[in-house]
Design a protein around this ligand. Structure first.
Ligand code: HEC
Ligand code: HEC
Ligand code: HEC
Length: 132
């Protein structure tokens, strides 16, 4: 025979103690990443910011397919300035610091886009120019 009145609260306390590191650390480790906004290029991205946050991966794939499969090299206009569709040609013209922008989020979310195996980051592009 056992007493429900003490077993259930006992179990709850046991589970709380067992998971306390999660509760405790969750409160501190939950710091959201703070990607560094680009400077001197206006406040707008190629799409509304919330949309960019959620769907920039799809947009990049879409652009790649349009450029490579359909040879559609059309441009995008942001704040009256024209950019050629592309990762280096558009995104990285404004987001010039991949490390402080793209990487802050990606490290947090544990994603490692393989794009940079081929595409140059702005830093790599600069160091290539310097060696010429
Ligand atoms: C194996 C090498 C390779 C990898 C990896 C790669 N790309 Fe590319 N990508 C290319 C090449 C080559 C082109 C063609 C450049 C041109 O013709 O202008 C291209 C073109 C593009 C374009 C269109 C125009 C331009 O120059 O930006 C986009 C957008 C693009 N890639 C996005 C991506 C994204 C996003 C990733 C990662 C998810 C990625 N690529 C990974 C090789 C690669
Ligand atoms: C004309 C300059 C410009 C271009 C081109 C551009 N962006 Fe942006 N992007 C911005 C600005 C400005 C913001 C807003 C930053 C803010 O408000 O914190 C932004 C915001 C974002 C955000 C959301 C950041 C956040 O804090 O949540 C993502 C993700 C992003 N851009 C990715 C991209 C990608 C990927 C491309 C290429 C497809 C691109 N951007 C092209 C200027 C640009
Ligand atoms: C506001 C945070 C944030 C910023 C800033 C950001 N990303 Fe991302 N990105 C994410 C998240 C989160 C994912 C994973 C989404 C998923 O798996 O659905 C992701 C995924 C991606 C992917 C797909 C990778 C894969 O393996 O599926 C690409 C490509 C990408 N980001 C490119 C960029 C580029 C280029 C920049 C900088 C110009 C950038 N992102 C900036 C949050 C961000």
């Amino acid at each position: 025979m056992y007493n429900k009145g003490t077993i259930i609260p006992g179990l709850i306390i046991f589970v709380l103690i067992l998971t306390s590191p999660i509760w405790y650390n969750g409160l501190k480790a939950g710091d959201l990443p703070k990607p560094e906004a680009p400077m001197g290029v206006g406040k707008q991205c190629v799409l509304p910011v919330q949309e960019m946050r959620d769907t920039h991966m799809q947009l990049l794939n879409q652009w790649r397919d349009e450029v490579l499969r359909d040879d559609d090299r059309s441009t995008v206009v942001v704040n009256g300035k024209t950019y050629r569709k592309g990762l280096q040609m558009a995104c990285m013209q404004c987001h010039t610091d991949k490390e402080k922008f793209c990487d802050t989020c990606h490290e947090y979310a544990s994603v490692k886009p393989y794009c940079w195996d081929c595409h140059l980051t702005p830093k790599q592009a600069v160091s290539k120019k310097e060696t010429h």
